[in-house]
Design a protein around this ligand. Structure first.
Ligand SMILES: [Fe+2]
Length: 300
C-alpha cells in the first residue's frame, strides 16, 4: 500500500510470484483475496513489501477471518499513513479516526445505496485508500462492488481516449446531494451541510484521465457522486459525455469485482483508481468499521 512518502514497490519485481502471501485473484479486472497475514499485529517489512505490491497489482485486497478491535483497526491504518477525517459517516464513539457504517435493520431494505463513487474527489488531494471491516453483517446481501478505472480507460476506443486525455472535470461537493442516485440524501438539512462544506472545499478541477503515481498507468478519474461538469463544455455536452463515461466505467461486469462480506472480513482499496458501490439489498443489521488513509497525491 504505497503512498508517495512510503516505499514504492519495485515494479520490475512484480512479475515474480508472491513468496509470503497467498494470493487468489477475484476477477480478471481487479481484486484479490489475500492469506498469510494477521493484520491485528504489526506487519513485518517483508510482508508489507508484498502487500504494497498487491495493492498495485489488484487495487482491492480482501482479507478473511481477521480479528480487529477498533483500536487495532486504527493501528493498522496508521501503518499506512495519516488517518483521514470522514465528514459523511458517524464517528465510532471513543475511537477517533474510526467510523461506523450501520445499515438500517428492520423490514425495509437499507437506504445506504450510495451508488458508484470514489471518495472525496471534491478535494485537491482525495483519499489514498480505505480499510473497511465487517463487524456484523447479514448472511447474504450488502455486498460491495468495485470497478477498475485503469481497465475502464483501456476499454475506450483510441479516438475516445484522445478526446478524454485533454479534458478537465469539475468536482463539486454540492453535487453529491443533487445526483439522481443520491435523492435519499437530498434533504434540506443535508444540502445545508453540503453548502457549509463548499465554503471549505470550493469547486475543484481534476484531469479526466490521470496517471497512477506508482504504476504509471493511465486511468479514468470520474465520479458519479461529485463530478458536476466538464470544463469548457455546455451543461448539455457535459451531461451527455459524463453520462456515457459513468455508464462505461461502472456498468460493465468485465471491469468489476464483487466482495461478499463475512464477519471478520477486511477490505482495502486504492481509492485513486477504483470506484466502489455498496448494494442495498438487505434488511438486517449491517455494521462495519471504517478507517480511511489521507492521500498525498493530487490527481494529475
Ligand atoms: Fe465511499
Amino acid at each position: 500500500m504505497a503512498q508517495a512518502q512510503l516505499r514504492v514497490p519495485d515494479l520490475a519485481a512484480c512479475a515474480a510470484p508472491y513468496r509470503i502471501l497467498k494470493v487468489r485473484r477475484l476477477t480478471g479486472a481487479l481484486g484479490a483475496e489475500i492469506e498469510g497475514v494477521d493484520l491485528s499485529q504489526h506487519i513485518p517489512a517483508d510482508v508489507r513489501a508484498e502487500l504494497d505490491r498487491a495493492v498495485l497489482d489488484f487495487a482491492v485486497l480482501v482479507f478473511r477471518n481477521q480479528t480487529l478491535s477498533p483500536a487495532a483497526l486504527k493501528r493498522l491504518g496508521e501503518q499506512f499513513g495519516e488517518i483521514e477525517e470522514e465528514p459523511f459517516i458517524p464517528k465510532l464513539e471513543g475511537h477517533e479516526g474510526v467510523y461506523l457504517l450501520q445499515g438500517s435493520g428492520g423490514a425495509r431494505l437499507s437506504t445506504q445505496n450510495l451508488h458508484w463513487h470514489v471518495d472525496h474527489s471534491y478535494r485537491a488531494v482525495p483519499s489514498y485508500g480505505t480499510f473497511l471491516y465487517a463487524v456484523n453483517v447479514p448472511e447474504a446481501g450488502g455486498d460491495t462492488m468495485f470497478a477498475c478505472m485503469t481497465k475502464a480507460y483501456e476499454a475506450l476506443s483510441p479516438t475516445m481516449q484522445k478526446i478524454a486525455d485533454g479534458l478537465v472535470v469539475i468536482h463539486d461537493v454540492l453535487q453529491y446531494g443533487l445526483q439522481a442516485g443520491h435523492m435519499s440524501l437530498a434533504r434540506p438539512e443535508f444540502i445545508g451541510r453540503l453548502q457549509g462544506m463548499r465554503s471549505v472545499f470550493p469547486q475543484i478541477e481534476h484531469p479526466l484521465v490521470c496517471t497512477h503515481p506508482d504504476t504509471g498507468k493511465k486511468f479514468l478519474y470520474i465520479n458519479p457522486a461529485w463530478a458536476s461538469g466538464i470544463k469548457g463544455m455546455s451543461p448539455q455536452e457535459s451531461q451527455a459525455l459524463l453520462a456515457f463515461l459513468n455508464t462505461h466505467a461502472t456498468q460493465q461486469p468485465k471491469l468489476q469485482c464483487r466482495v461478499r462480506w463475512e464477519n471478520g472480513t477486511l477490505v482495502f482499496w486504492d481509492n485513486r483508481c477504483v470506484q466502489h458501490s455498496p448494494i442495498a439489498d438487505y434488511t438486517e443489521q449491517r455494521i462495519m468499521h471504517r478507517v480511511a488513509i489521507a492521500g498525498t497525491w493530487r490527481p494529475t
